[in-house]
Design a protein around this ligand. Sequence first.
Ligand SMILES: [Zn+2]
Length: 199
Amino acid sequence: MVFPERCIGCGRNINIKKYCFCNDCLAHLVPASQSSNHIFSLTVYNGPVQKAIHTFKYERKKWMGKIFAQWMHDFLVAHPDIEFDFIIPVPLHPIREFHRSFNQSWLIAYHLGKLRKKPAMSNVLIKTRNNKSQTGLDSIERKQNVKAAYRVKKPSLVKNSSILVIDDVYTTGATAEEIYRTLKNSGAKTVYILTIAKA
Ligand SMILES: [Zn+2]
């Protein structure tokens, strides 16, 4: 694993403490409120977190997947009521994944699976529609935009299972709710969604 020389939240401080953040940035992290009885986020989407996620996704710093996985692992240790059989990422459409070269949520899911000693699987749920980015859309447009965008590829795995879904940012919840509905319609027993940040 490659450790950063500088804090992932501010890019300045070299005195790194927890989750590769410096003390200044750690002091700015705010625990996020629970979005529903099945949707959780580690932290509020503010300055240091926004920078860290942006760097992870758009500068393709793949090693950061392990940092976020460790953070989620600690969260799950503190929330033992979140029980699940396996972990899946929010899928990207194959075209978008090709352009970005990786699915950031899959990287986190993969490392989290190792830490939790649970299977992480990337092809249980797939994205069938390459809808436009949710950025800049209001909550009604976001709901329309993700409607029927996902499909369960392995219904036999989903049926009667408890599933933990990983995403980076929770905004209006349109994506999370669509995925929740899609998995429940395929017979999932319980679906939890855990994101790094809540906007
Ligand atoms: Zn910092």
